[in-house]
Design a protein around this ligand. Structure first.
Ligand SMILES: [Zn+2]
Length: 67
């Protein structure tokens, strides 16, 4: 089973090259069980889209302290 760290590694790899079938499946399986990484993959896609046009705006907003 993929760890979150490995899953996010695959997400960023995916932005640079096509993943192998095995990597795709591993990532998909992980995303199906991990809401945190599902959220993360959306951020990656968004950042990638923004990054293509505005590299300077890649900085993440401050995380809200919520406890
Ligand atoms: Zn995860």
């Amino acid at each position: 089973m993929l760890m979150c760290r490995e899953a996010t590694g695959l997400m960023s790899l995916k932005l640079e090259k096509a993943l192998s079938l095995r990597e795709k499946i591993a990532l998909k399986v992980h995303l199906s069980i991990c809401p945190a990484c599902r959220h993360c993959v959306r951020q990656f896609d968004l950042l990638h889209k923004i990054g293509n046009r505005h590299p300077a705006s890649l900085r993440m907003p401050e995380r809200e302290q919520d406890d």
